[in-house]
Design a protein around this ligand. Structure first.
Ligand SMILES: Nc1nc2c(c(=O)[nH]1)N[C@H]1C(S)=C(S)[C@@H](COP(=O)(O)O)O[C@H]1N2
Ligand SMILES: [Mo]
Length: 196
């Protein structure tokens, strides 16, 4: 944990870390490992963290899908905007640009995030961001990014972000609804901006 000892909350004394796999599988407070030919029957492997089909709309209608839907393992590519915050007032530079910052994560085994784009006109035009960190060291980690985006002044404006990784995986505008709300990876966005 950035060179500091693992805390109890995060799994001390022993935690498994599974790169590229959903955090739900990084088991904390580890006390034994079983090698077996069948998938774990653990509740969180079987009855949670699955992308259920949209027909599953509540716990009753979901019941028949748990056994036939594979457990979520790899996460899809994703990005998020941290700056500017939703609802904020943003001052443009003398050149009419807004500073946008955020982070992006690659898909499970997809290599590093290699491209991040931002849009200030709801996806009509895209501007490429600069990505920090060495791509060679970012196969399973997030990368921070920063962009200078030309925007017109106005109210109620939005900015989107869209990441692409080395395997070519990229974010859709939205992803399909699922009961557990897992693996959502539609464009990152910040909304309700006042750009001056
Ligand atoms: N033993 C154990 N490990 C666990 C869990 C748990 O309930 N028990 N939850 C998992 C889930 S769902 C998540 S999202 C991560 C959260 O880890 P963090 O608190 O370090 O972010 O731990 C995972 N490891
Ligand atoms: Mo979780």
């Amino acid at each position: 944990m950035n060179g500091k000892p693992l805390t109890k909350e995060h799994g001390f004394p022993v935690r498994v870390v599974v790169p590229g796999i959903a955090g739900a599988r990084s088991v904390k407070w580890l006390d034994r490992i079983t090698v077996q030919t069948m998938e774990s029957s653990n509740y969180y492997q079987q009855h949670d963290y699955k992308i259920l089909p949209p027909e599953a709309v509540d716990s009753e209608s979901a019941e028949k899908y748990w056994d036939t839907t594979p457990a979520l393992q790899t996460m899809p590519i994703n990005s998020a905007i941290a700056v500017p915050e939703p609802g904020s007032r943003v001052e443009r530079s003398a050149e009419g640009k807004v500073t946008v910052k955020g982070f992006a994560l690659p898909s499970g085994d997809g290599g590093a995030v290699v491209k991040v784009e931002v849009s200030g006109d709801e996806g009509v035009t895209w501007t490429e961001a600069e990505i920090e960190h060495d791509a060679d060291e970012s196969r399973w980690s997030w990368r921070l990014w920063k962009a200078n985006l030309s925007m017109e002044a106005g109210r109620g404006l939005k900015i989107f972000s869209r990441a692409t990784d080395a395997s070519g995986e990229t974010q859709p505008e939205r992803s399909q609804w699922n009961l557990r709300g897992v693996a959502y990876n539609g464009y990152g966005e910040t909304t309700d901006l006042e750009v001056v």
